[in-house]
Design a binder for this molecule. Structure first.
Ligand code: NAI
Ligand code: CS2
Length: 492
């Protein structure tokens, strides 16, 4: 039996189900990227608002690339899906009812997606498509004109495939039809995610028509957001547990994440917005200090654990937390090498670091180090390299960060400490493989990988102190492995 309007009444009474009238919910937000995170984050905020504050803000859920099954699942179950909160030993479940429609660009056709995006009542287009969905270069925060999706969209502007291409075409149609624009809100883990989104959209619009670019610049806003909730990819075990929570009813679109959730949003919307603050979001003038804090402290330590953990054979974050040396190193990284670079005020960063470590200890999550290690070329800049630049300018130490970068290099070299090959997933994988294959496994490997200028820029590769520190850490990882290297580091 599947989750649906019909089976809602058969769910166990502990499951929170929509008691609001779903027919009154209107599609006012188009969300690009119906993945694990959106379901457990933005959708839950909207559901709380509908349930507790009479909100009528609902979603059209869209996947452009990948995630065909998730959209199909939604369609088959009246757009209902469940979200479980996994604490150490307790699960809570709610069924979210704010999704009204679901579309996949490849299955339903991009025209259907554009038709929804050009309805007058669409006020917001929000996005969670992973860093690579923005087709940008992290070193410049601007569009990557060599990205095949961007080349495609320049040649076929009316049938776009990329996220920037779809937004530009939808805005062009709105302009032509005399409709008001919508707000474009990124909820991905990038620094100044609104700024990046604006850059890629404007760059693509300029290629098409400078007047369109000007109209977008004058009329559309791209608020930045800081988003936080650990939502690992669902595994077969997760699905079994979700089914149990639902009293035996199947929900292939269900997802499970940690209980914690945080959302800081730049309050800059051109066509209205839900009262997210009533569901616990913080609406602020400047998100950047919060973004920086989260990206460097949480995501920075996550990536540190991901590379050093995976190399050592720790398959999940909670296993890294069983190793006291890893915990000490991560705490040092957060407090001595990340917190010191931050602008955020009025936050107790020591308490923040402890709360993060506590969240990582959640044994229910089973968050794979491999998942976090993915797409490192698009993650390292904001998670580690920006802080390293700060330390180089400030003449302060950055040994943990240098080890994190070296661990990424070791990881993408493709073999873990037990000699097993690693399935490296990254948009720059072919270039990485070429660099690895053509460099000796010594300081030359470091030099070779530093030539990825879209990751490191030019100046880091030419900074002797940076190169020396990363090389020393790399050689140690090669010679004694990740566990011993971390142990040595915390004794310094
Ligand atoms: P996921 O793998 O479950 O979903 C990825 C989504 O991105 C899918 O909807 C897919 O269709 C779309 N996508 C992937 N590549 C694309 C491309 N090139 N163009 C257009 N769409 C594309 O991943 P998940 O867990 O939903 O995470 C997505 C992003 O959300 C992360 O990369 C991160 O930026 C952000 N996030 C995730 C958190 C988490 O714990 N999962 C927490 C905080 C932020
Ligand atoms: C993780 C994040 O996959 C990753 O790279 O570091 O998705 C992390 O789980 C979230 O940012 C937590 O909010």
């Amino acid at each position: 039996m599947r989750l649906s309007n019909q089976t809602l009444s058969q769910l166990p009474k502990e499951v929170v189900v929509p008691t609001y009238d779903r027919s009154k919910i209107k599609t006012k937000i188009v969300h690009l990227g119906f993945g694990a995170f959106h379901r457990a984050h933005q959708a839950v905020f909207a559901d709380v608002l509908a349930e507790e504050h009479d909100s009528d803000w609902g979603y059209c859920e869209v996947n452009l690339i990948g995630g065909e099954a998730q959209i199909q699942d939604l369609k088959e179950q009246d757009c209902l899906f469940s979200v479980c909160e996994m604490s150490y030993d307790n699960w809570n479940t709610r069924v979210v009812g704010v999704a009204k429609e679901a579309l996949h660009a490849d299955i339903d056709g991009i025209q259907k997606v554009l038709d929804v995006m050009t309805r007058p009542e669409i006020a917001i287009v929000s996005i969670t498509v992973t860093e690579k969905g923005y087709c940008y270069l992290p070193s410049t925060a601007s569009i990557d004109t060599n990205n095949p999706l961007i080349s495609h969209d320049i040649a076929n502007p009316h049938a776009p495939k990329s996220v920037p291409g779809v937004i530009v075409e939808a805005l062009r149609l709105r302009k032509e039809q005399g409709l008001k624009p919508f707000t474009v809100m990124s909820c991905d883990n990038m620094p100044e995610n609104g700024h990046v989104t604006r850059n890629v959209v404007l760059a693509l619009a300029k290629q098409r028509d400078p007047n369109l670019a000007q109209w977008i610049e004058d009329n559309v806003t791209f608020p930045s957001t800081m988003v936080d909730r650990i939502v690992p990819a669902a595994t077969p075990e997760t699905m079994v547990k979700i089914k149990k929570q639902l009293g035996g009813i199947d929900d292939p679109a269900g997802i499970a994440g940690e209980p914690f959730r945080q959302w800081v949003i730049e309050d800059n919307f051109v066509a209205g917005r839900p009262q997210w603050q009533k569901a616990g979001a913080e609406l602020v003038g400047d998100v950047l200090p919060y973004e920086e804090m989260k990206l460097r402290m949480l995501n920075g330590s996550h990536s540190f654990f991901a590379y050093l953990g995976y190399l050592a054979g720790y398959l999940h974050i909670d296993e890294c937390m069983q190793d006291p040396n890893y915990v000490k190193a991560a705490r040092h990284l957060m407090l001595n090498e990340q917190a010191t670079t931050l602008r955020v005020k009025d936050v107790d960063l020591s308490a923040y670091a402890d709360s993060l470590l506590d969240r990582y200890r959640n044994t229910g999550l089973k968050h794979r180090t491999w998942q976090i290690a993915m797409d490192g070329t698009l993650k390292l800049p904001q998670r580690m390299l920006d802080s390293i630049r700060y330390h180089l300018a400030d003449n302060t130490s950055f040994d943990c960060l240098a080890l994190g970068v070296a661990a990424w290099m070791r990881y993408v070299s493709g073999v873990d400490d037990a000699g097993n090959s690693i399935d490296v997933s990254d948009p720059s994988i072919s270039k990485i493989k070429e660099l690895v294959a053509n460099s000796a496994d010594d300081e030359n490997r470091v030099k070779a990988l530093l030539s990825l200028t879209h990751v490191f820029g030019n100046e880091l590769a030419n900074n002797p102190l940076f190169v020396e520190k990363v090389t020393t850490a790399y050689l140690s990882l090669r010679d004694v492995g990740a566990k011993k290297t971390v142990e040595k580091l915390i004794q310094l």
